[in-house]
Design a protein around this ligand. Sequence first.
Ligand code: SF4
Length: 344
Amino acid sequence: MCDKEFLLLSDIQLIFVILPFHLRIMEMEFGGGKRYNSYSSYIKTQFDERVQKVSLDTGFTCPNRDGSKGVGGCTYCNNNSFNPNYCKPTVTITDQLNTGIEFFSKKKKPINKFLAYFQAYTNTYADIELVKELYLEAVNHPDIVGLVVGTRPDCINEDLIQFMSDLAKEYYVSLEFGVESTLNRTLDAINRCHTFEETKEAYQLSKDRGMHLGAHMILGLPGESREDILGHVYELNKLPIHSLKLHQLQIIKHTMMAHQLKKEPEMFQLFDMDEYIDLITEFVARLRPDIVIERFISQSPAHLLLAPHWGVKNFEIVDKIEKRLREKDYWQGKLYKEEVIAGV
Ligand code: SF4
């Protein structure tokens, strides 16, 4: 439209012309033709080539396992459900990295850059000098370009954050907190042994320190309604996070939840795939648009998974989520704006 035509429009016409254009711009802001801020697009902005995470196991434990805060760990947790076979705490970090890198180097598309992913258990829960030593061992590996550290919000302190912040001047450093729920009653029920207030404090301590800050959430924890789950978005939007991993509750063998499912199945309302896809689209539409979505779902190895069984591959579910976003004409943050205006 030329300027001359534009000037002839009345105010009402302007609203109709500008608003759809404005909305289209919002959609187009996301890379890769997606309706959400995808991790793959984000990674491309950080590195010029493909980067692969290599999972590591330090052999640390957790304060809700070793008795300092609790025993038994989180009721859903079985670290074997996500730990690759080569991750053995008896093997050095360098050897674990070498094995992981060798595995990924055999893939069709060669990868040259890797992130050391401290994934299993609580990766900041040990003597601080040991933690620093292991992180340094990882970044000193010639193929490693950065660190991704998963931990609990109650297991960090200023000394460690300063150390990681200093590393972030030279390397990519991502610190991911297991948030899991913003409701203390849920955190209590799943034996997390920390509160959502501690989560907020952890982000306050870590923000603006040069690190990428991530959050991990499980959708469908016992006792949480659809409204509770959508309420998490509002709390997440207020955190200084850069990225978010979401996944559906899965009941894994050899966990407390496996036992609970057998004894008290009414505790659980596990999503069927279609319900979950619908919920995710509502979640995404309310999410702050700058937050990178790293994951929508997770599927544990079949031999460990008790429920739910969806029988489709992860990428097929992501395709279905993208299709549902298009059908609803939703995109990330579409309803976030409305929330701000309504002051919800
Ligand atoms: S989920 Fe994390 S904090 Fe909870 S028991 Fe498992 S490793 Fe520990």
